[in-house]
Design a protein around this ligand. Structure first.
Ligand code: HEM
Ligand SMILES: *[C@@H]1O[C@H](CO)[C@@H](O)[C@H](O)[C@H]1NC(C)=O
Ligand SMILES: *[C@@H]1O[C@H](CO)[C@@H](O)[C@H](O)[C@H]1NC(C)=O
Ligand SMILES: *[C@@H]1O[C@H](CO)[C@@H](O)[C@H](O)[C@H]1NC(C)=O
Ligand SMILES: *[C@@H]1O[C@H](CO)[C@@H](O)[C@H](O)[C@H]1NC(C)=O
Ligand SMILES: *[C@@H]1O[C@H](CO)[C@@H](O)[C@H](O)[C@H]1NC(C)=O
Ligand SMILES: *[C@@H]1O[C@H](CO)[C@@H](O)[C@H](O)[C@H]1NC(C)=O
Ligand SMILES: *[C@@H]1O[C@H](CO)[C@@H](O)[C@H](O)[C@H]1NC(C)=O
Ligand SMILES: *[C@@H]1O[C@H](CO)[C@@H](O)[C@H](O)[C@H]1NC(C)=O
Ligand SMILES: *[C@@H]1O[C@H](CO)[C@@H](O)[C@H](O)[C@H]1NC(C)=O
Ligand SMILES: *[C@@H]1O[C@H](CO)[C@@H](O)[C@H](O)[C@H]1NC(C)=O
Length: 548
């Protein structure tokens, strides 16, 4: 087995790493995607990495390699793009196409199964597919590719047309041209894809000559199929390869052989230099995931945010003051402003709801859980500082600033979120402790029931502004692993109870079906979203407390 130093790769200088998160203002509609991308382990982890704990990881299912399955899924999704027409691309239409002969195997549904804990109205299947490629490249040792987001999922199958081994070179060349890749780039993209994984006897017995369960033929000898490197190129050029799309016994099925040799080996000879190979893969793999339908506008690359706040609770307590808790995430480590997490401390200052300055400070402590630190792909590291305080409900809060102190130099940097402070609205408070979700058996199924309480500041109640719950209901789809979302709107009822300048409103035991785990909701006052994108998961672990 070859040894590969991924720690060295992680700290490799890269144009991406040195880019500044220019203009990032919190909150941002892609904050949730940034969390899924950045928070792999430790405090506050999302754990998207769990499917690719190593490049060869596959839940111990014989023949399964998730990193390879994820990349193949992304390619099959874009393979039917028509870049000139601006249709297709990474739009997750592949979800509807798993029964097609051109999409053989369980890789596609396996991939969507992994996404179920991450997929939401803020994280489309197609953006998660892009992340799956970005993460796999990171874990397997490819160069860093940027994650842009904003993809919109297709709601039905797209056209057929994924390349298949028995098709001839002109057919493949034409298909790649339609996808936006010329002959050189076709050779590169196939070599970059076929550096990982294998051909499965269960899917292509005519190629592997063995259909037994779990049988695979790797594209590269030995352990190399679990490393993103150019062994596939070297083996091809040496005419000694385990790639059965080159050296298979039925030449009609040797599509890699035809593609690799399409320009008399000029490109393959260039790719035999590993740095060149990595650079070209970085380019064509990026272009692969950024191939999107023309109506999609992709974001700038998501860069690890240097400073990011999270609010856990902003709610009236039984005292009539406002509980305010959350944490600040600070990026630290080599090549950042803060090399040493242990040298840091943080506090907040805040304005009241009328924007008047308070000299009052909210102090924070570093959590003990996981030492208050976490990590993402490629050595991104974060340290957290949490606060838990009470605010006077008469004056409330309008915004806060974050102050990070470097203890050794006794210098403090103030972060003001691009000049406006980190905004907090206290017109409507989500009374999380008075909210709950429960499931009661009803024959073979369960009936889910959701109760949400909100406190509306009395000055906001008059007029005809309606307070509505927007519930992102899951709607299951025939033939597709992941559900669709549909916004279900319910009006809150006034409870008639008031508490220090707030009136309490309630959604009381709304029916939410059996399978609403992970479902999110928002609260809208008039036309304004006042409570944004909360998960009901925390509510299933508690009874509804009373207040007022
Ligand atoms: C003419 C074009 C292509 C053909 C005919 C082709 C064909 C195949 C075949 C027959 C397999 C075996 C699948 C299985 O047994 O489950 C495979 C696997 C794979 N392909 Fe391709 N492929 C092509 C292009 C690409 C491209 C452009 C990529 C990505 C950039 C890619 C990525 C992969 C990966 C990662 C695997 C391994 C999957 C696993 O181990 O589960 N392929 N390909
Ligand atoms: C494909 O495009 C690249 C980039 O423009 C170019 O360098 C290369 O020569 C092209 N290959 C062919 C076969 O046209
Ligand atoms: C495997 O191949 C054998 C011989 O061709 C055939 O009898 C058998 O049904 C195949 N098994 C599967 C699971 O396809
Ligand atoms: C390309 O390389 C392969 C593998 O070494 C070889 O079999 C083939 O003859 C080469 N083609 C040309 C045109 O040199
Ligand atoms: C082909 O490559 C494999 C793996 O590197 C090696 O074990 C084998 O000896 C090679 N065969 C020949 C004929 O060179
Ligand atoms: C080779 O594969 C082609 C395409 O699947 C098939 O039509 C042909 O019968 C195969 N030849 C042999 C000898 O198996
Ligand atoms: C009630 O208010 C007092 C003083 O403001 C505070 O110390 C106490 O923690 C509050 N209790 C609750 C349950 O919030
Ligand atoms: C709050 O403080 C900022 C900066 O210290 C200052 O520019 C601003 O005028 C102050 N606002 C009020 C209302 O005192
Ligand atoms: C750190 O600096 C602040 C003012 O910026 C000062 O009040 C404080 O005494 C200093 N602390 C130490 C330990 O020097
Ligand atoms: C993928 O999952 C869907 C939904 O369960 C199912 O209908 C479809 O047949 C599956 N595809 C494959 C190839 O198993
Ligand atoms: C609002 O109150 C009415 C009358 O009691 C009740 O039928 C309805 O279910 C309540 N709505 C919600 C969302 O709780």
């Amino acid at each position: 087995m070859k040894s590969h130093n991924f720690a060295a790769l992680a700290t490799m200088p890269s144009a991406l790493l040195s880019m500044v998160a220019a203009g990032y203002v919190w909150p941002d509609k892609y904050d949730y995607m940034e969390d899924i991308y950045m928070l792999q382990s430790g405090f506050n982890r999302m754990g998207f990495i769990d499917g690719i704990l190593s490049c060869g990881f596959g839940q111990r299912v014989p023949g399964r390699q998730n990193s390879a399955e994820w990349i193949r899924t992304a390619y099959h999704d874009i393979a039917t793009a028509d870049v000139e027409a601006g249709t297709g691309g990474l739009d997750a239409s592949i979800q509807f196409e798993t029964e097609r002969g051109e999409n053989k195997g369980s890789a596609f549904n396996n991939t969507f199964g992994h996404f179920s804990g991450y997929y939401s109205p803020r994280s489309s299947v197609s953006d998660l597919l892009a992340l799956a490629v970005v993460g796999s490249m990171a874990i397997c040792g490819g160069y860093e590719i940027p994650l842009r987001v904003g993809r919109i999922d297709a709601t039905e199958a797209g056209p057929m047309g994924v390349p298949e081994p028995q098709q001839d070179l002109p057919t493949h060349t034409a298909k790649f041209a339609k996808q936006g890749f010329n002959q050189t780039e076709m050779i590169e993209l196939v070599a970059c894809g076929h550096t990982l994984g294998s051909i499965h006897g269960a899917n292509f017995p005519e190629i592997t000559k063995d259909n037994s369960t779990g049988q695979v033929s790797h594209f590269e000898y030995g352990e190399s199929a679990t490393v993103f490197d150019n062994t596939v190129v070297h083996e091809y050029l040496a005419s000694n390869t385990s790639n059965l799309l080159v050296a298979g016994s039925n030449d009609t099925l040797n599509s890699d052989k035809r593609i690799f040799g399409a320009d008399k080996n000029v490109t393959m000879n260039l790719l035999s230099d590993n740095t060149y190979f990595q650079t070209r893969c970085q380019d064509v793999m990026t272009r692969m995931i950024d191939t999107v339908p023309k109506e999609v506008v992709l974001s700038d690359p998501i860069i690890a945010r240097d400073i990011k706040p999270y609010i856990n609770l902003l709610a009236l307590n039984s005292n009539g003051s406002i509980d305010f808790s959350g944490y600040i995430r600070v990026r630290y480590g080599t090549n950042t402003k803060y090399p040493n997490a242990d040298d840091l401390s943080a506090y907040l200052t805040y304005t009241d709801r009328n924007g008047n300055n308070f000299t009052k400070i909210i102090s924070t402590t570093r959590p003990t859980w996981q030492a208050g630190t976490g990590a993402g792909f490629r050595g991104y590291t974060f340290v957290y500082f949490e606060w838990d305080t009470q605010l006077a409900s008469e004056s409330g809060i309008g915004s806060f600033h974050i102050h990070v102190t470097t203890k050794s130099t006794n210098t403090t940097q103030e972060y003001n979120n691009g000049g406006n402070g980190y905004p907090v609205q206290d017109k409507v408070l989500y009374q999380m402790k008075q909210s709950c979700a429960s499931y009661t058996p009803n024959g073979a199924v369960y009936d889910g029931s959701l109760t949400i309480m909100a406190a509306v500041r009395s000055t906001e109640v008059p007029g005809h502004k309606q307070l509505n719950l927007h519930f992102d209901k899951h709607v299951s789809r025939q033939g597709v692993v992941l559900d669709a979302f549909e916004t279900q709107i319910e009006a809150f009822n006034a409870t008639g109870k008031t508490l220090t300048g707030y009136e309490l409103f309630k959604i009381d035991g709304m029916y939410i079906g059996a399978d609403s785990s992970g479902t999110t909701f928002s609260v809208v006052l008039g036309d304004t979203t006042v409570i944004d994108f909360k998960s009901i998961n925390a509510l299933t672990q508690q009874e509804c407390a009373t207040i007022g």
